[in-house]
Design a protein around this ligand. Structure first.
Ligand code: SF4
Length: 266
């Protein structure tokens, strides 16, 4: 069994506790306007032409996006980083794209990672079948769960899919007893008006239990925009500016009133 992965990040410190290895799995059923990993949305391997300039001369080469990994090769990479992972109480994170899109591979990767003693995390949009989440719960220590918008029409408009299944899965995972970190992308003009933020704060207060360990506020940024050019995908967020530091600080204080730890960034 093999999984299609478009990036492997060693020494990651933003995808769960400690130092981690994060596997970015290819394919996502969503198509968020602000996606920072557009190369991860297609579920197929892709080839892109990359052009580099040295002085006046341009050099072009093909770049493969997406490579198949076996479970053994995942474990091999983890074992290479074992010392750092163990010393920092880190682990392995499966991200994407949406890792649940390759559910069978994910399940095996989680089982094998746990069997080898690693702390496991799944970074998910929440958009998958409830039974798939039920299957991975026993092998997952931490869920990084995105809440993009509570309003269904707004959610469809900006991500291409309804949020009904996502919110149902959020409640399901909250009852699982596993650790959860809620990730809120802060997108100006989409989910940052005061009325909506109050609604979101109430939603968190009413649905939370001991599983909810942290709220991560992820400010919109344009760092990924160069990838759109590179992968020849139209960039739709050119007119949106990142929220400033003061605004993020106020938002952090606002969400701290939920009683949950809040962090700006991953
Ligand atoms: S869910 Fe994540 S990976 Fe998928 S399109 Fe949205 S931002 Fe990109």
């Amino acid at each position: 069994m093999k999984g299609l992965i478009f990036s492997v990040k060693r020494y990651s410190i933003y995808d769960g506790p400690g130092i981690r290895v994060t596997f970015f799995m290819k394919g996502c059923p969503l198509n968020c306007l602000w996606c920072h990993n557009p190369e991860g949305i297609s579920p197929f391997p892709t080839t892109v032409m990359q052009t580099n300039k040295v002085g006046e001369r341009e050099f072009s080469k093909n770049e493969e996006v997406g490579k198949y990994y076996s479970i053994d090769s995942i474990l091999e990479i983890l074992d290479q980083e074992k010392v750092f992972i163990n010393q920092s109480k880190g682990g392995v994170t499966f991200s994407g794209g949406e890792p649940m899109l390759q559910f069978e591979f994910l399940l095996e990767a989680l089982k094998s990672s746990k069997k080898s003693g690693y702390h496991t995390a799944v970074d998910t949009s929440g958009y998958s079948l409830a039974e798939n989440y039920q299957s991975i719960i026993p092998y997952t220590d931490l869920f990084l769960f995105d809440i993009k918008h509570l309003d269904e029409a707004k959610h469809i408009e900006s991500t291409g899919v309804s949020n009904i299944r996502i919110l149902d899965n959020y409640r399901l995972l909250m009852e699982s007893g596993k650790d959860i970190m809620v990730r809120i992308p802060v997108i100006p003009g989409f989910n940052d008006d005061p009325d909506y933020l109050e609604k979101l704060r109430q939603f968190i207060i009413l649905s939370k239990n001991d599983s909810l360990k942290k709220i991560n506020l992820l400010p919109f940024h344009k760092i990924g925009s160069s990838k759109y050019k590179k992968f020849n995908i139209p960039y739709r967020m050119g007119n949106t500016e990142p929220p400033d530091k003061e605004k993020m600080k106020k938002m952090k204080e606002f969400f701290m009133e939920t009683g949950v730890k809040v962090k700006i960034g991953g």
